[in-house]
Structures are given as C-alpha cells and as structure tokens.
Design a protein around this ligand. Structure first.
Ligand code: EPU
Length: 347
C-alpha cells in the first residue's frame, strides 16, 4: 500500500474558495504522513514543483499548477495526556479548523474560542499563525509535526522552533521545505476570556448571555464573522487579502496627525505599530469597487471577491491596483496575506 493516490490533470476550481479556474498537472491524496517521502521522490523524479492544498481558503491561483498538488486526508483528533488543569491535544493536518475548535470546547478545553469559524484546515493553521479577535494559534501550540522535504523525515518542532510572528512562521518563510502533518495543542480548562476586541461584548449582550463561557464566546464570534465577512459559498473570496501593515511609530504618528480615525494597534515592539489595512483601502475609495467579476467586498474592505467568473490574473491585477493606490495616498505598502500560486505579488 503506497499511502497515496494520484490523479492527472485535475480541476482546482472547486478546491479554492476564490473559485477561480486552474488545473493541477497531478493531484495526490495522501492518507499517511509516511507516504510523503515516497511521493516526494516520485515528484522529484518528475522534476516538478509540489504544493500542499488544504481547503484552498487562503490562496489565489494566478495560473495552472505545473506540478503535484498534495491533499492530506489524515483526520484524527485525540487527547495525548490530561489532568485537572488541561490537556494536550493532537490533531492531524487534514481536520477542518473549526471542527477542532468545536471538538475541544465540547470537552471543556478552552483557548481556541476566539478563532471559531476561521476557514481552512488544522495543517494550515500554524503556517500563517492564524488569529482573530485577540487570539493567535501560536499561544496554544505545543508542537508541530512536519515532513521536512530535504531530509525526507518527519520532524517535531517546538513552539520556539516554529518562529511564529503575525501571520507568519518558519513554515511560511520556507514554504517549499515543510509539509505540516499534525499539530499538538496545550489547552487549559479555564482561562480568562478575551472579550476586549470591538463588538464581542455587544454580541454576547445581544445573545442574552450574562455570564459568558468559552462556548458563548465562540458562538458570538461565529455570529460576528458570519455577518461581517462575505460567505465564500456565495461569493468567492479568501478572507483578508492583505495583512495589516506594520509601520514605524514615527510614520504612524504622522499618519494619525493627518487621519485621526486611522485604527492603530500595538505590536509588542514599541517602535512599530500595526495599522488597519481595511481602513486604508476604504479611505482610498475601493470598498465595494467592482470591475467585471473582480471586486473589493462592500462588507469588508480587506476582502477581495470573485463575483462569478473572475480569473486569478484579474483578481491579482485588481489587488495590485489597490496596493498601488494605498501606497500613493498613504505611503504604506500592503502585502497579500494568502499564498499566490503561479505569480509573485510584486509582478
Ligand atoms: N475597517 C474599515 N473598513 C472596513 C472594515 C474595517 O475601515 O471595511 C476598519 C474599522 O475601523 C475596524 C478596523 O478596520 O474597526 C478593524 O477591522 P476588523 O475588526 O474587521 O479587523 P481587521 O484588522 O480588518 C483582522 C484579521 C481578520 C480577523 C479580524 C478580527 C488580518 C489581516 N485580518 O482583520 O482575519 O477576522 O482581524 O480579529 O489580520 C483573515 O485573516 O482572513 C481574517 C479575516
């Protein structure tokens, strides 16, 4: 048994949430992490590139894929150890992230509630250190298990080894080198709830919840997300298309003098600030813009949308125009958040 299954010339249109047309030269469904070594040998023989595809919720295909697209289908979740204060949970890469959030909350484990309803797989979560509503996955990760392409081995990386940063990690910086196969999370049974992010308390109030528990927070955040972000089942998108830019404190102060309503967040580094990309894009006049079927969501300015038949290159061209206009108007460079396959954002 090889542990993987290959198909040729596969359409990727139903496998990316932008729903742009693209084809993969080959696709491999991988059932066991040990099969990766064999598969990579095969791919090298063929001399083609390789990429891992989860739910396709954080990437834009700007072209057909000339190599092998790997889909990891391992989907086990289990508790490795537990005591009165918490548990260590192991989850395979192929599990849907929100299913893991629900699984842990149902067992009285907390820590993931603010990240409810983030699209994508568990394997993708550490790659860009997913986060929302005041929490990031790096806070809960104990260990990441990943196939290392150059050694052909499965490695266990500690939290520090992963070099997490805002929407970034070693796995993102060395994307060709790693395939995340499983994640281990340390989750407590009790933790102070994080309700400071704008809108969370209000949502709990409107749900009639007076003494919130983690499950209520997950429910409140799911409701906010459903309302604020366009549903990829209805309109193609990959969530935030741009990262919130990190800008020097001096430049932020100058921007704030001119634009007092610009939202600014701390970064943990006194000399740097994170500013709201959505605000910059909206002020530059792009919110709700549409040309053909490529557009900027009228619900949220950070979200690039495909209203139907936009192609990857059309969406990419629009994103570049948006970034250029924000750079002209505010002197701030925007970087894309999703992976762009088949082109570089800079062009
Ligand atoms: N804003 C606008 N116009 C808009 C939307 C927002 O001006 O159309 C301004 C508002 O002032 C708002 C502020 O931007 O208060 C922040 O907006 P929001 O709370 O939606 O957060 P964000 O910084 O735009 C980030 C993440 C989201 C995550 C939310 C909530 C990034 C790139 N995005 O967005 O993550 O859901 O915070 O925590 O960090 C994703 O990564 O795909 C994603 C959706």
């Amino acid at each position: 048994m090889s542990g993987y299954q290959l198909a040729e010339n596969v359409s990727l249109q139903g496998r990316n949430t932008f729903r742009v047309p693209a084809r993969a030269n080959m696709m491999a469904d991988v059932k066991r992490p040990e099969a990766l070594a064999e598969l990579f040998d095969f791919a090298m023989l063929r001399n083609g590139p390789v990429m891992v595809l989860g739910e396709g919720s954080n990437l834009l295909f700007a072209d057909d894929y000339p190599g092998v697209v790997i889909c990891l289908t391992m989907s086990d979740i289990r508790i490795l150890s537990e005591n009165a204060s918490g548990a260590l949970v192991r989850c395979d890469a192929g599990v849907n992230w929100n299913d893991l959030v629900g699984w842990t909350l149902a067992r009285g484990l907390v820590g993931l509630e603010n990240m409810a309803l983030i699209p994508g797989t568990v394997g993708a979560a550490p790659i860009q250190n997913i986060g929302a509503y005041g929490a990031e996955v790096r806070e809960s990760i104990e260990m990441v298990e990943a196939f290392q392409r150059d050694t052909g081995q499965i490695k266990r990386l500690s939290n520090a080894d992963c070099e997490f940063a805002y929407r970034d990690s070693l796995f993102k910086r060395e994307a060709d080198r790693w395939v995340v196969t499983a994640v281990e999370l340390r989750l407590p049974r009790e933790r102070e709830l994080r309700l400071e992010y704008a809108g969370v308390r209000e949502e709990l109030f409107s749900m009639g919840v007076e003494q919130p528990r983690a499950v209520h927070v997950a429910e409140a955040i799911s409701r906010i997300r459903t309302r604020k972000l366009p549903n990829p089942a209805l309109v193609g998108n990959a969530g935030s298309f741009f990262k919130n830019p990190i800008v020097s404190a001096a430049q932020t102060d100058a921007l704030r003098d001119e634009h007092p309503t610009l939202p600014v967040y701390p970064t943990g580094d006194e000399s740097l600030r994170k500013v709201s990309a959505a605000w910059l894009i909206e002020q530059a006049g792009w919110k709700g813009f549409r040309e053909g079927d490529a557009g900027i969501s009228s619900q949220h300015a950070l979200v690039l949308v495909n209203h139907g038949s936009a192609t990857g290159p059309q969406l990419l061209a629009l994103a570049r125009r948006v970034a250029a206009s924000v750079s002209d108007k505010f002197g701030v460079a925007l970087e894309p958040e999703p992976r762009i396959i088949g082109a570089s954002f800079a062009g």
